[in-house]
Design a protein around this ligand. Structure first.
Ligand code: SAM
Length: 279
């Protein structure tokens, strides 16, 4: 039996059946358009041999599009009613039970993913999209690539190069793991309920070599946070607390790393921040 996708009316029927009224708190905007979920899966280049992790499968529309390729899915869903119903929905749409594993949990708390999936595909809950992405990339080194749908503003930030207007702490932290790219735009009309923001797809690929160990990552991220908390200040001022306790000590540390202390954080790349953190 071939895998079939969920239609708009079936999604609404499923929600009514489960007594689910989509909540803002959980970022519940469900995709009700088959072309859109297929577009996400194509952008992620999912193949039959892939093991995919999906964060927030909801009623299962994107899940089924991933499963349609022949890939297997580990799906992490915080809403118990949605997590409990997903296996039934996918079975009714032609998916053998052994291709889906559901984890009924908060994605921010998950520390173990069965089968070590190498691909992440998700329509992320907007309120926690960046923390969830960073948590997954940090906790699961086997995750090699992915495509996620996020609020346009967040996606542009994640893919922003140094020096651009929207470049910020999330851009630098995301770049620790590898390059990010914008992979398409999505109309707000494909969601139920219709959100009041636009969405984009962003893709990432993990670098073959890690930039360093956990200690270096923590130190780099602390420096990044300090640099962007006072984004209009020169680095020697903004980093005085984290680099030696004074502007003079920070200047010295920055010069030792080959960075001009009068620059601002928004002008530095991830490599520059790592050089500062290495000391
Ligand atoms: N994938 C579905 C789709 O495209 O129609 C639903 C996407 S909806 C934007 C986000 C989903 O993430 C919801 O099902 C919501 O319940 C779930 N969610 C919200 N916060 C979560 C968290 N911290 N951990 C796991 N799932 C979460």
């Amino acid at each position: 039996m071939p895998v079939s996708l969920l239609g708009a009316s079936e999604i609404r029927r499923l929600a009514a059946d489960l007594d689910v009224t989509p909540t803002k708190k959980l970022g519940q905007n469900f995709v009700v358009d088959a072309n859109t979920v297929r577009k996400i899966v194509q952008a992620a280049k999912v193949e039959a041999s892939d093991r995919v992790v999906e964060i927030g499968p909801g009623l299962g529309s994107l899940t089924l599009a991933i499963l349609e390729t022949g890939a297997s899915v580990v799906a992490v869903e915080i809403d118990h009613r949605l997590a409990a119903r997903l296996p039934e929905t996918t079975a009714a749409h032609g998916v053998p039970a052994d291709r889906l594993t559901v984890i009924d949990a908060d994605a921010l708390q998950v520390r173990d993913l069965p089968g070590e999936p190498e691909v992440l595909v998700a329509n992320l809950p907007y309120n926690v999209s960046v923390p969830v992405l960073l948590h997954f990339l940090e906790t699961f080194p086997f995750l090699q690539r992915g495509v996620v749908m996020v609020q346009a503003e967040v996606g542009e930030r994640l893919a922003a190069p140094p020096g651009s207007k929207v470049y910020g702490a999330p851009s630098v932290k995301a770049a620790w793991y590898g390059p990010w790219r914008l992979a398409g735009t999505v109309s707000r009309q494909v969601f139920w309920p219709v959100p009041n923001v636009d969405s984009v797809l962003v893709g990432f690929e993990r670098d073959a070599e890690s930039r360093g160990d956990e200690e270096l990552r923590r130190r780099t991220f602390a420096i990044v946070d300090a640099a962007f908390q006072q984004r209009r200040k020169m680095l020697r001022q903004a980093l005085s607390t984290v680099l030696g306790g004074s502007a003079a000590a920070a200047s010295e540390a920055l010069e030792a790393a080959g960075i001009d202390p009068t620059l601002r954080g928004e002008q530095l790349s991830i490599d520059d921040f790592v050089r500062i953190a290495r000391g």
